[in-house]
Design a protein around this ligand. Structure first.
Ligand SMILES: [Zn+2]
Length: 111
């Protein structure tokens, strides 16, 4: 499987103007998706911060990306790549915390 075929299965609009650039060339994923998927690398480290394994925190961290993405989709405003990176990272961390919340809950429910 080539790199292009592998990346094709990752959901992303890939609009070049919304991608971070390396040496002037747009990355394969948009700024938001790059930040979101990259933040999944934090998942194992968040194990050591059980105070953050909260459903409320996980959901709250989704709000900035929803506000940024939806306000842009509804053409109220145009986002920027730095903002897409920040909100994508927050969302990705929130998704990691959601996974730990579920893991903790399952661990307690099954013991
Ligand atoms: Zn994307």
């Amino acid at each position: 499987m080539s790199k292009e075929e592998l990346l094709a299965i990752v959901p992303c609009h890939r609009k070049p103007e919304r991608c971070l650039k390396i040496n002037g060339k747009p990355m394969a994923l948009c700024a938001r998706c790059t930040a979101l998927y990259s933040s999944y690398l934090l998942l194992p480290f968040l194990y050591f911060v059980p105070q953050l394994h909260s459903l409320a925190i996980a959901l709250l961290l989704q709000l900035p990306m929803l506000a940024d993405g939806l306000s842009q989709k509804w053409k109220w405003r145009e986002s920027t790549n730095p903002l897409r990176v920040v909100t994508g990272t927050m969302s990705g961390v929130g998704q990691c915390l959601f996974i730990w919340f579920i893991a903790d809950w399952l661990s307690k429910a099954l013991s």
